[in-house]
Design a protein around this ligand. Structure first.
Ligand code: 3PG
Length: 307
């Protein structure tokens, strides 16, 4: 009997686990659960006899892959798969997949929520500003970027987007103004919402020049990955521009310095919260379970990311 392991340091909502269990058991497989683990030794032990693995941002390193004896597939229940060592998985013949779009609404809602929070001075009782009429630049127009555009238009924001990998007509049909370079996006928009993945091309790519080019009252909202920000540059920008604010779904490594020096000009979640809703957990969890069953039973490789 194939064994499917859910290994989530940050657990799914119970209803999501229940839905996954039903799909896995109806397929005749066994479900094992490792939640809120605090030590990688627990993960090492749990993956040993698993045939399939469902994870979130859990780091599946070469060391973890080495412990597995039966593993055939790992599904990252979510969009970004920078937590998976694809090289190690491929070398061991393990298929890696993600579940694109399944948790995107939750992340899009949080991006707007963080914009409101920071525009209202984190509800400190002082007079803030409104989003209506302000320019918003969406940096990468995947599922989350598209969701942010839809909600932001409801707020009355003027929405721009840059994404060289997406057909312009998709953005134009959504009523979004397409710009031709990342520099143009940042120089036009008072708010920027980041939706790029973290990879060798994007890490630390959000740098001093881009941030300094933003108009007065600039706010960067990051629900992507902290690694895409050049943290030293961000510090420099915050010290040189009193009008600059930074909201991030997960605190940067230098959060203490920012908290000490720039009170009221940042908002950080202590744990990544973008996809932490029961709806997102259920959607991504069900997709992951269905993808595993389809792969093991029919060899279906849709959504494979390590081709
Ligand atoms: C994603 O890439 O899908 C999001 O960042 C959510 O990550 P999480 O599942 O760790 O909350």
């Amino acid at each position: 009997m194939a064994k499917v392991l859910i290994a989530t340091e940050k657990p799914f909502a119970p209803a999501a686990v229940q839905s996954i269990r039903e799909i896995v058991e109806n397929a005749g497989f066994e479900l094992a659960l490792l939640e809120k683990y605090t030590d990688k030794a627990q993960l090492f032990e749990a993956v040993k006899d698993a045939d399939a693995l469902i994870v979130r941002s859990d780091k599946i390193t070469a060391e973890v892959v080495e412990q597995t004896q039966n593993l055939k597939i790992v599904v990252r229940a979510g969009a970004g798969y920078d937590n998976l060592d694809l090289e190690a998985l491929t070398a061991k013949g393990v298929v890696a997949m993600n579940t694109p779009g399944q948790n995107s609404n939750a992340v899009a809602e949080l991006a707007l929520g963080m914009m409101v929070s920071i525009a209202r001075n984190n509800y400190a009782g002082t007079s803030g500003s409104e989003l209506k009429g302000k320019s918003l630049g969406i940096h990468a127009y995947g599922y989350v970027g598209k969701g942010v555009a839809t909600i932001a238009k409801g707020f009355g924001m003027k929405v721009y987007a840059y994404d060289p990998f997406i057909d312009k007509s998709i953005m134009i049909n959504d009523g979004v103004e397409v710009v031709d370079s990342v520099e143009e996006l940042y120089s036009k928009c008072r708010y920027i919402s980041l939706h790029i993945p973290a990879n060798e091309h994007t890490k630390e790519s959000i740098n001093y020049n881009l941030l300094m080019s933003m108009p007065k009252g600039a706010t960067l909202v990051n629900t992507a990955r902290k690694e895409v920000i050049h943290e030293d540059d961000m510090l420099r920008v915050l010290s040189e521009r009193e009008d600059f604010r930074y909201a991030s779904d997960i605190a940067p490594d230098n959060k203490e310095i920012i908290a000490n020096k720039f009170e009221g000009r940042f908002f950080f979640t202590p744990k990544k919260m973008g996809a932490q809703t029961s709806e997102a957990n259920i959607n991504a969890g069900i997709a992951a379970a269905n993808q595993i069953v389809a792969f093991i039973k029919e060899g279906d490789r849709t959504f494979q990311v390590n081709k």
